[in-house]
Design a protein around this ligand. Structure first.
Ligand code: A3P
Length: 287
């Protein structure tokens, strides 16, 4: 039998970080004091972060798309990757990306938090290709989906256990300063979700999307097809033989990766972990 391969991580205070991820920035990011005009885009990895970053960026730039030649992570930065000072130095209103669980995310009752959840099946597949593709961060180029699946099931991946993350935010789903979205709903009806984001951000954003040109531009430039172009805007370069960062953008891609046994195991875990919580209503669980 082929020996299983595991991604490599840097262990830092019980957290797995991608190799090369600056541990001191992680520590510093966690000390950031959230401000009243901050909006956090919060996700478990691979659940629609970049898509949402682009939507909020376009909403705050009158419907202009993020320009080629720049990197969105400098303007809607990843808190635990850039650290507190970098974020402090952004002009207000700030838009900040984070993958932190609720209890670690800097809190201010006047800050806003947009949480995007994605079903764990598609998340696991997307996370697998991510981990395989960023060779310098994970050294997992030869890893198989079966290898990664075991790590995902055990929460032995960067940013920890999928379910801990989801449940930490589901508890705050109905807080007045939290907008809880799903990737699947964004796919199914992007316009309704963009409008929901604008309403959540405030009246001046609603005014913007009342302009048909602005909402049409946002819909067009945040579509999967548009975001697949000029991908250096979203992430660092990956080797040409790996899948691109903006990869498939589908709901249900997991069906071509999971075995029957894997489907049953993840379904069972999902059922067990979300029982009695509001996450029960988010997705249909495969048999
Ligand atoms: P897949 O790997 O399933 O294609 P994140 O930004 O949190 O890392 O999430 C990445 C996932 O979101 C990838 O999923 C990527 O293709 C998908 N994605 C990015 N932009 C998208 C868009 N505009 N529409 C739909 N899916 C998008």
């Amino acid at each position: 039998m082929k020996e299983s391969i595991k991604p490599s991580y840097t262990l830092h205070k019980n957290f797995r970080l991608p190799m090369g991820f600056p541990a001191e920035k992680w520590d510093s990011g966690l000390t950031y004091k959230a401000q009243a005009r901050d909006t956090f885009i919060v996700t478990y990895p691979k659940c629609g972060t970049t898509w949402t970053q682009h939507i909020v960026w376009m909403l705050s730039h009158n419907g202009d798309p993020f320009p080629v030649g720049k990197n969105i992570n400098l303007e809607v930065p990843h808190l635990e990757e850039v650290g507190s000072n970098f974020v402090k130095n952004l002009s207000e209103p700030r838009f900040i990306k984070t993958h932190l669980i609720y209890d670690l995310t800097p809190y201010n009752p006047d800050s806003k938090y947009i949480y995007v959840a994605r079903n764990p099946f598609d998340c696991a597949v997307s996370f697998y290709y991510h981990t395989k593709g960023f060779i310098k961060h994970y050294d997992f180029a030869e890893g198989t989906f079966d290898d990664f699946f075991e790590c995902f099931m055990n929460g032995e991946v960067d940013w920890g256990d999928y379910f801990d993350h989801l449940l930490s935010w589901v508890e705050h789903k109905n807080d007045q300063n939290v907008l809880f979205l799903t990737y699947e709903s964004m796919k199914n009806n992007p316009k309704i979700n963009i409008i929901a984001i604008a309403k959540f951000l405030g009246d001046n954003y609603v005014e913007k999307i009342e302009n048909p040109q602005i909402i049409e531009s946002i819909l067009d430039h945040t579509s999967f097809t548009s975001m697949s172009k000029n991908q250096s805007r979203w992430s660092s370069q990956r080797p040409a033989n790996m899948t691109p960062f903006i990869r498939q953008g589908k709901v249900g891609d997991w069906k071509s990766h999971f075995s029957v046994a894997q489907t049953q195991r993840l379904s069972q875990k999902l059922r067990m972990r979300i029982a009695g919580t509001e996450a029960e209503n988010l997705w249909q669980i495969p048999e």
